[in-house]
Design a protein around this ligand. Structure first.
Ligand SMILES: [Zn+2]
Length: 331
């Protein structure tokens, strides 16, 4: 936790105003930032911090005492941003941990920091809390997935949403892998697949740093993306081909059987090949524009429209349940 060569206090240090309690009992330094908090509270959250606080700290390189303004000082080799997010999760009652899925997307860097630090310092309660919040944004079960923001059609296509920032998604997927947060990985890797191939290969900027998938994630995404595109074509085609012009329940009052069948054939043709551009052929969002799908459904009889809706839904559910295996995940 403390580095062998403690950094000198001569460096310009700054206090984190949100995490500086005048009656705090311990000062934590990460990079050039100081946090004055309560050792007892931190020890209760993390056995690793508890052990650290009970050990004498090594003297600083330039001979300065390990006390800072009369308060014991602990130097960590983590980033200041990571430690700030983690300490806020403990000491700020308004912390974003208990939150909705869209808040996770907007604060994805903080959630990554809390996940990383709570895992490293074995802060089990904080870790399970942050995982619970993240599972709302990156759902694991189909039931929760359908209720998430992501599946409100069109959400992903709004470019100013944080979710569209590929660098942040890549960085978060790496943290999920490093911290063995296996339930988060299927959806995160699926999100990675949605970006264009050159972007996946080259990486992107996240919080000023270049973020690229780590080798394990990169392999899962490149292999999984190919399999998902295969599913996008074959699964729906196979199921749609079972529609017949005289589907039981077909109602001639609204539309002829041939007209319903033709609509479905049209949909099959549209889905039968990979897109010409480099975009991902997505098995979970077969119809990106909800209004287009509504228009197709509106031209069919009610029974066939319901059949089509149910069939598309069933295909999505089937693919969803296979996603962990597609990415080679054991969860
Ligand atoms: Zn019909």
């Amino acid at each position: 936790m403390t580095s062998g060569q403690a950094p000198s206090l001569q460096t310009e240090l700054k206090r984190c105003p949100e995490l500086w309690f005048d009656d705090g009992t311990i000062i934590i330094r990460a990079e050039d930032t100081l946090f004055r908090v309560y050792a007892g509270q931190l020890s209760r959250c993390s056995p690793v911090f508890k052990d650290t606080f009970s050990l004498p700290q090594p003297p600083l390189a330039d001979g300065v005492n390990e006390l800072y303004e009369g308060c014991p000082l602990v130097v960590l080799n983590d980033s200041a941003a990571d430690i700030e997010a983690f300490l806020l999760a403990i000491f700020d009652v308004q912390c974003c941990l208990k939150t909705k899925d869209n808040v996770v997307f907007d604060n994805i860097c903080s959630f990554a920091s809390i996940l990383r630090i709570s895992t490293k310092y074995e802060a089990a309660m904080i870790r399970s809390q942050v995982l619970r919040s993240c599972l709302k944004a990156f759902p694991y079960t189909w039931r929760t997935a359908k209720k998430s923001h992501f599946f409100l059609e069109g959400y992903l296509f709004t470019t100013n949403r944080a979710i569209c920032n590929s660098g942040k998604i890549f960085a978060f997927a790496n943290v999920a892998r490093e911290t063995e947060s296996n339930l988060l990985l299927p959806f995160l890797l699926y999100l990675c697949c949605r970006f264009e191939l050159p972007l996946i290969l080259d990486g992107a900027i996240s919080s000023g740093e270049h973020a690229i998938l780590n080798p394990e994630n990169m392999r899962s995404v490149l292999v999984g993306r190919r399999i998902l595109e295969h599913h996008a074509i074959t699964d729906l085609m196979t199921k749609l081909s079972s529609h017949t012009a005289d589907l039981p329940g077909h109602d001639d009052k609204f539309s002829t059987g041939i007209r319903c069948k033709n609509k479905i054939l049209g949909l099959m043709i549209a889905r039968s090949s990979l897109p010409k551009n480099l975009l991902f052929h997505d098995p979970l969002c077969p119809s990106p524009k909800y209004s287009t799908r509504r228009r197709v459904l509106a031209t069919m009889c009610n029974s066939c429209a319901k059949w089509l809706d149910d069939t598309i839904e069933l295909c999505k559910k089937d693919v969803w349940e296979r996603i962990p295996a597609i990415f080679g995940l054991d969860c």
